[in-house]
Design a protein around this ligand. Structure first.
Ligand code: GLU
Length: 409
């Protein structure tokens, strides 16, 4: 099974409980537009570098297409389709006036110099600028891209269309970005984790966590949970894991990562593997790296009681069934990691108004929106007797379907 098929499997699980016609189903799962562009640049060596970029625009019934750009060697059209579709359902679950898109570049950013990365990004914008824009399609950061990449996108877009900071979100705060955007996904994951634990009669304080991935999302999640008294027993990145049965000192770990660029080698914990982290006895497991982490075999080994999906698409459908049969609660990606796109929305609104909001307002409104969405999804799951994932999809499909029907085909 490929990633897009897996996303559609979750869509179908929800759609089966709603009265969607076959044609409506086809219209809702099929991407509106798929761009595949050649991005050739001059490398520092003087040679030509050949790259392929993608932008899949999945659905815009509820508003402009919205979603990140990923720079990673695994990027291909199937992955972009799956992630674009997840954005449609994510923006609908948290009720943002957006549709869904995703794109990226098949490349290894760790092997590119800063100036190669800049040329690559600018060339990509040259290829797609007519298809993006503040009320068409608004890119944002994802795996392998950051605020600097978004700044280059805004600057390159301006050369064709003039000053439009709302054409991209996740920009640096000093360059039309928003307070709180960098931390937003991890902050949101910590809010959703807290709310889920509350339902289970627990507090973050004293609860044990393992977090797979220590990039933007994983590291901010760890900081916010540790600040509430959560015990982060293990974290990992692409090079390996570190763990400590008494809880890692996150501030000390951050100082180590700032210098070493990886978690391995941290003196305040023992070295381990990613697989050990995923199967260790903790209360809550948080995948915060790439998709496709849990297959059926891995799911059987998981000992956590709660999984909060900070990454997009970490769970294959057969693993989801194993989790459900073992009574493991799974909070789906389209709810758990929606904090990023929520604050992207606030950034977009600020850019359109040419006005800045303070961090306190952003975090307060992010929290309100996430807690409301969590409550709606949880209540739907209880009322219909379905998983939180199916409930989240049902809520999203209902909203997108109504917008389609009201707007006309
Ligand atoms: N890439 C992030 C996500 O998957 C953020 C998208 C956005 O802010 O548009 O949700």
């Amino acid at each position: 099974m490929q990633a897009f098929e897996a996303t559609n499997h979750y869509f179908d699980q929800a759609a089966a409980r709603m009265d969607l016609t076959g044609n409506m189903r086809t219209m809702m799962v099929t991407p509106d537009r798929e761009l595949r562009v050649e991005v050739a640049i001059e490398m520092d060596s003087g040679q030509i570098g050949n790259f392929i970029g993608y932008r899949v625009q999945h659905d815009n019934a509820r508003g402009p297409f919205k979603g990140g750009l990923r720079y990673h060697p695994h990027v291909d059209v199937d992955e972009a389709r799956s992630l674009a579709s997840l954005m449609t359902w994510k923006t609908a679950v948290v009720d943002l006036p957006y549709g869904g898109a995703k794109g990226g570049m098949n490349c290894d950013p760790s092997k590119l110099s800063r100036s190669e990365l800049e040329r690559l990004t600018r060339k990509f914008v040259q290829q797609i600028h007519d298809f993006i824009g503040p009320d068409k399609d608004i890119p944002a950061p994802d795996v392998g891209t950051d605020a600097q990449v978004m700044a280059w996108i805004m600057n390159e877009y301006a050369k064709y269309h003039g000053f439009h900071p709302a054409c991209v979100t996740g920009k640096p705060v000093e360059y039309h970005g928003s307070a709180g955007r960098e931390a937003a996904t991890g902050y949101g994951v910590s809010i959703i984790t807290r709310e889920t634990l509350k339902i289970l009669g627990r507090l973050v304080a004293g609860t044990t966590f393992a977090i797979q991935g220590y990039g933007n999302v994983g590291s901010y999640t760890a900081r916010f949970l540790a600040a509430q008294g959560g015990k982060i027993l293990a974290v990992s990145d692409a090079f390996g894991a570190v763990s400590n049965p008494d809880g890692l000192d996150i501030a000390a770990l951050d100082a180590h990562v700032a210098a070493a660029r990886k978690v391995v080698g941290f003196q305040g914990g023992d070295a381990g593997s990613n697989e050990q982290l995923l199967t260790m006895p903790v209360d809550v497991l948080i995948p915060a790296a790439l998709g496709g982490v849990f297959d059926a075999a891995m799911a059987k080994e998981v000992q956590a009681k709660l999984i909060v999906e900070a990454a997009n698409g970490p769970t294959w459908p057969e693993a989801d069934e194993v989790f459900s049969s073992k009574g493991i609660v799974v909070v789906p990606d389209i709810l758990a990691n929606a904090g990023g796109v929520i604050v992207s929305y606030f950034e977009w609104v600020q850019n359109l108004q040419h006005f800045r909001w303070p961090l306190e307002q952003i975090q307060r409104e992010q929290e309100t929106r996430m807690v409301d969405s969590f409550t709606k999804v949880y209540e739907m799951s209880q009322r219909k007797g379905v998983s939180m994932r199916t409930a989240a999809f049902m809520l999203a499909i209902g909203r997108v379907g109504r917008a389609r029907a009201l707007g006309g085909i």
